[in-house]
Design a protein around this ligand. Structure first.
Ligand code: SF4
Length: 324
């Protein structure tokens, strides 16, 4: 399969000064798998509601290899986190089948337990294929990634009726805690480019480890403001219920997982206040998805908050949204 975007992909990587997004097959175990379903229904902690939404993960595993990732607690794979990726090669076909005949357009989060634009995506283009399908079926989509590779798919993003692209930035920036994550500067450039191209963006400031602030938030908020990124959400690191992740974090970093969370409420509140002083919207209200109810009289909304709440309760996202 070849895409016209092949050329622009390398152009963007050059523009963003990203040396290499390729995977070293010697170090990373890539396995091609098949899935029987792809759409995972979000039901907000057991409350099935009219606001049901979906998430899709075309990869199992993530080479961004964050030391605090919650996904290992869900995947239960004995192998070292960050060293393997299962590639669901039939994901687009399964998605097409699942969407066919669905008339109520629920919001779809891409993705919840892996980065949809981790390096292997540049080879398989599964996220790209799935976005094309979602766009064709006119589903609203929220993307959450840490990779500038999302810029490769600008052509598709521009065709969506409703799409929001989120980039996550933690307080643990840098190779020690996030060895496979693209540099912060590259992520900021990505946000700026998306904005310039007319795509609405947001930033997930998560996870925040209250006692480890490697990110200069004052500088970051200034940059976000300059780049006209107005919506941010704040999420605190957490390990409750995710024992495998807690063990991995402590073993890899030597950091006490309890100590690192001390004074969290006060520190998050302070960060929120600081963000607001730069004119940033910490409620994420500007990126709510609204649609009419069946009788077309009552608007309901699907929000980033809903997504994060759902993950906290059900799928284990380690980010606790701080609301206004
Ligand atoms: S936290 Fe996100 S980006 Fe990092 S390894 Fe986990 S899924 Fe990948």
């Amino acid at each position: 399969m070849s895409f016209a975007s092949e050329k622009s992909n390398s152009e963007y990587l050059k523009f963003l000064d990203i040396p290499d997004l390729s995977i070293n097959d010697q170090e990373i175990k890539i396995s091609e798998t098949r899935c029987s379903s792809l759409l995972n229904r979000l039901d907000y902690g057991g409350r099935r509601s009219s606001e049901e939404e979906f998430t899709i993960n075309v990869f199992k595993g993530c080479t961004h290899n964050c030391s605090y990732c919650y996904a290992p607690s869900l995947i239960h794979d004995e192998r070292k986190w960050g060293t393997y990726v299962g590639v669901k090669i039939n994901a687009p076909l399964v998605l097409e089948r699942e969407l066919r005949g669905m008339t109520d357009k629920k919001m779809v989060l891409v993705s919840s337990a892996s980065d949809p634009y981790q390096a292997i995506e540049s080879r398989y283009k599964l996220t790209r294929h799935c976005l094309q399908i979602l766009q064709r079926h006119q589903f609203p989509v929220i993307i959450l990634t840490r990779s500038p590779l999302v810029l490769r798919d600008l052509d598709i993003l521009k065709k969506f009726e409703w799409v929001r692209v989120g980039v996550s930035i933690s307080s643990l920036s840098g190779d020690f805690f996030e060895p496979g994550v693209p540099k912060l500067e590259a992520r900021l450039k990505t946000l700026q480019k998306l904005n310039e191209e007319g795509i609405e963006t947001w930033v997930s400031l998560a996870p925040i480890a209250p006692q480890i602030m490697l990110t200069n938030f004052e500088w970051l908020f200034r940059r976000l403001k300059q780049a006209k990124i107005s919506a941010i959400s704040l999420g605190m690191l957490r390990f409750v219920g995710y024992e495998a992740s807690r063990i991995m974090f402590e073993e890899r970093t030597g950091v006490d997982s309890n100590k690192v969370l001390e004074d969290g409420v006060r520190i998050i509140a302070g960060l929120r206040e600081l963000a607001q002083s730069y004119g940033l919207d910490t409620s994420c209200s500007s990126i709510n998805y609204e649609k009419k109810n069946f009788d077309d009289t009552v608007a309901r909304s699907s929000t980033i908050d809903n997504f994060v709440d759902q993950h906290v309760r059900q799928n284990g996202m380690m980010h606790i949204i701080s609301r206004n």
